[in-house]
Design a protein around this ligand. Structure first.
Ligand SMILES: NC(=O)c1ccc[n+]([C@@H]2O[C@H](COP(=O)([O-])OP(=O)(O)OC[C@H]3O[C@@H](n4cnc5c(N)ncnc54)[C@H](O)[C@@H]3O)[C@@H](O)[C@H]2O)c1
Length: 218
């Protein structure tokens, strides 16, 4: 029996990287998973890849259940559809992992307004959008409701060593995790391995959270 048997998890940005590792780990523990990913390049601009479908295939190969979701976390109505995918496919949502992210890290003098807006839209507003739509559904369930916010290891609510807009966006994500919002318990998961310089995406496992913390289904 897995630690997450009977539970339903929505993981944003889980076609690749840390989100994909969350999806595979949770599926191995028995969770049914909504793999949300718009399939964009590192800077948030479009590609023809279909990472959400690929992660679903990997989960099915493990004997698990997963459905893809292609909506962007940045749009309030689209986030409602992301959460609705879990309810339509699996009847509920127990866990939301706010993981989707992009990188536009530039020095202040090189960063333009659209870079700033895009990073805030994905990391911060996207986290709010998904949590806002998940909370009313989770609120009706009295136990084991979790919103997990994926952060950089160095980010805290008071800032961090990582420079620029991404640090601000992730600090905002951390602050929202500390807020006493009703509907679900919030947790943070800190990713500890830095992106390999110049090599684009690397594939590391999330740190700082375990199935034991999430608990079995009730
Ligand atoms: N890579 C690192 O060193 C590192 C360290 C700590 C924290 N983080 C954070 O962890 C999270 C995941 O990072 P990663 O390195 O695995 O990134 P990644 O680029 O490998 O994966 C992020 C995924 O999010 C998806 N995505 C982007 N915008 C989206 C949107 N609007 N809606 C839905 N999906 C969207 C992308 O298509 C991509 O597949 C991010 O929030 C990032 O800030 C990364």
């Amino acid at each position: 029996m897995g630690m997450l048997d009977g539970r339903v998890s929505v993981i944003t940005g889980s076609g690749r990287g840390i989100g994909r590792e969350f999806a595979l780990s949770m599926a191995r523990e028995g969770a049914k998973v909504v793999v949300n990913d718009v399939g964009v390049a590192l800077d948030g601009r479009g590609t023809d890849e279909d990472p959400a479908a690929n992660t679903c295939k990997e989960i099915e190969a493990l004997g698990g259940e997963a459905v893809p979701s292609y909506d962007s976390v940045t749009e309030f109505d689209a986030a409602e559809r992301i959460i609705g995918t879990a309810v339509d496919a699996f009847g509920k949502i127990d866990i939301l992992v706010n993981n989707a992210g992009i990188v536009r890290d530039r020095t202040l003098v090189k960063m333009d307004e659209s870079d700033f807006d895009s990073v805030i839209a994905v990391h911060l507003k996207g986290s709010f959008n998904c949590a806002r739509h998940a909370a009313p559904i989770m609120k009706d369930r009295k136990t084991n409701r979790q919103v997990v916010h994926v952060l950089h290891a160095a980010v805290s609510v008071t800032g961090g060593v990582q420079p620029g807009t991404l640090a601000a966006a992730l600090a905002g994500r951390a602050a929202s995790a500390r807020g006493r919002g009703k509907g679900a318990r919030s947790r943070v998961a800190r990713a500890t391995t830095p992106r390999a310089a110049g090599s684009g995406r690397d594939h590391r496992k999330p740190d700082g959270i375990s199935g034991g913390q999430l608990g079995p289904a009730r």
